[in-house]
Write a protein that binds this ligand. Structure first.
Ligand SMILES: NC(=O)c1ccc[n+]([C@@H]2O[C@H](COP(=O)([O-])OP(=O)(O)OC[C@H]3O[C@@H](n4cnc5c(N)ncnc54)[C@H](O)[C@@H]3O)[C@@H](O)[C@H]2O)c1
Length: 273
C-alpha cells in the first residue's frame, strides 16, 4: 500500500502538466487532494479526473506569489479535511531572455512564483504537517537548478534558490529528527504547457518567430518525458523518502556531467546552445 493512501496531499499549479499528473497519480494511490492554481478551467478538469479515480477533492484559486492567498488556502484545507500531510510546491513559469534584455519586472514576476511561491508554501504548511505522525514536503526545482544555461538567468536563479532553500530544510529535518521527508525535484524536459506559457524577451534577439521556433524545439525535441512518468518518479521519491529526485534520462545524464565537470560543463553547454 502506498504511503499516500488516506493522506491529504496539497498541490500548487495543479491545473496543468506535472501538477495535474501528480494529482491524478496521487488519487490512484488512495490520497485525498487539495488542489490549487490560477487557472480555474484547468483546475476543474484536474479535480474531475481525481474524483473519477476515487479521491475526495478540495479546490481553490491561489496565486502562489501572494503569501496571504497561500495562507488562506492552507487554512481552508485544514477546515475542510482536518489535516494535511504533504505539500507539493509545483506551480511555475518560464522566461527566455538573456541577462541584458531581461526586464526587472520579468525577473520579479518569475521569482515571485518560482521562488517565493515555494517559500510561502513550505513555511505555511510546515506547522500543519508537523501535527501529524508523518509528512512530506516536495519542492519542484529543475535540471536548471543544477546547471546554468544561456537565456535562463532568472529561471536558473529561482531554481538554484529552491534547491538551496530545500537542501537547508533537509538538514534541519535531519537535525530535529522529525518524521518529515523533504524532496528537491529536478525534472529534465517534460511534455507540458510550460514553453507555450513562457514569457520571451522583447529584445530583437528573440523575435516572435524565434519564440515560436524555441517553443517548437522544446515541445518536439527536448521534452521527452510525459507528465505521468514524471509524477510517478516524484511520488516514488516521496514513498522512498528520496532527498534528490532526478526526473528523466536527460536530468540523470546532465546531472552526472555537471558533477564530473563542475565548471568545465559550461564549455559543452555553450557549444550546444
Ligand atoms: N516542463 C518541464 O520541462 C519542466 C522542467 C523542469 C522543471 N519544471 C517545473 O515543473 C513545474 C510545473 O510546470 P509544468 O511543466 O507542469 O508547466 P505547466 O505550464 O504545464 O503547469 C504549470 C501550472 O502552474 C500554474 N501557475 C502559473 N503561475 C501560477 C501562479 N502564480 N500561482 C499558481 N499557479 C500558477 C499554471 O496555471 C499551470 O497550471 C514548474 O515549477 C516548472 O518550473 C518543468
Amino acid at each position: 500500500m502506498s504511503k499516500l493512501n488516506q493522506r491529504v496531499v496539497a498541490i500548487t499549479g495543479a491545473g496543468s502538466g506535472i501538477g495535474r499528473a501528480l494529482a491524478v497519480e496521487s488519487a490512484k494511490r488512495g490520497a485525498d487532494l487539495a488542489l490549487s492554481d490560477v487557472n480555474e478551467a484547468g483546475l476543474k478538469e484536474t479535480a474531475a479526473q481525481c474524483e473519477k479515480a476515487g479521491a475526495k477533492v478540495h479546490t481553490q484559486i491561489v496565486n502562489v506569489a501572494e503569501r496571504d492567498a497561500v495562507e488562506a488556502w492552507c487554512d481552508a484545507i485544514v477546515k475542510h479535511f482536518g489535516k494535511v500531510h504533504v505539500i507539493i510546491n509545483n506551480a511555475g513559469v518560464a522566461l527566455n531572455a538573456d541577462v541584458a534584455h531581461t526586464e526587472y519586472e520579468d525577473f520579479e514576476w518569475l521569482m515571485g512564483i518560482n521562488f517565493w511561491g515555494v517559500v510561502y508554501g513550505t513555511k505555511t504548511f510546515l506547522p500543519q504537517i508537523r501535527k501529524n505522525d508523518w509528512g512530506h514536503i516536495v519542492n519542484i526545482s529543475s535540471l536548471f537548478g543544477l546547471l546554468g544555461i544561456p537565456n535562463q538567468s532568472a529561471y536558473n536563479a529561482a531554481k538554484f534558490a529552491v534547491r538551496g532553500f530545500t537542501e537547508s530544510l533537509q538538514c534541519e529535518m535531519r537535525v530535529s529528527g522529525e518524521n518529515i521527508g523533504v524532496s528537491c525535484v529536478h525534472p529534465g524536459g517534460i511534455k507540458t504547457n510550460i514553453a507555450n506559457a513562457a514569457r520571451f524577451s522583447h529584445s530583437t534577439s528573440t523575435r516572435s518567430q524565434d519564440a515560436d521556433q524555441l517553443k517548437k524545439e522544446f515541445n518536439e525535441k527536448l521534452a521527452r518525458t510525459t507528465p505521468e512518468q514524471a509524477a510517478n518518479i516524484i511520488l516514488k521519491g516521496i514513498e522512498n523518502n528520496q532527498e534528490r529526485v532526478l526526473v528523466g534520462m536527460d536530468a540523470v545524464a546532465l546531472d552526472r556531467m555537471q558533477r564530473m565537470m563542475p565548471t568545465g560543463y559550461r564549455k559543452l553547454v555553450a557549444k550546444f546552445a
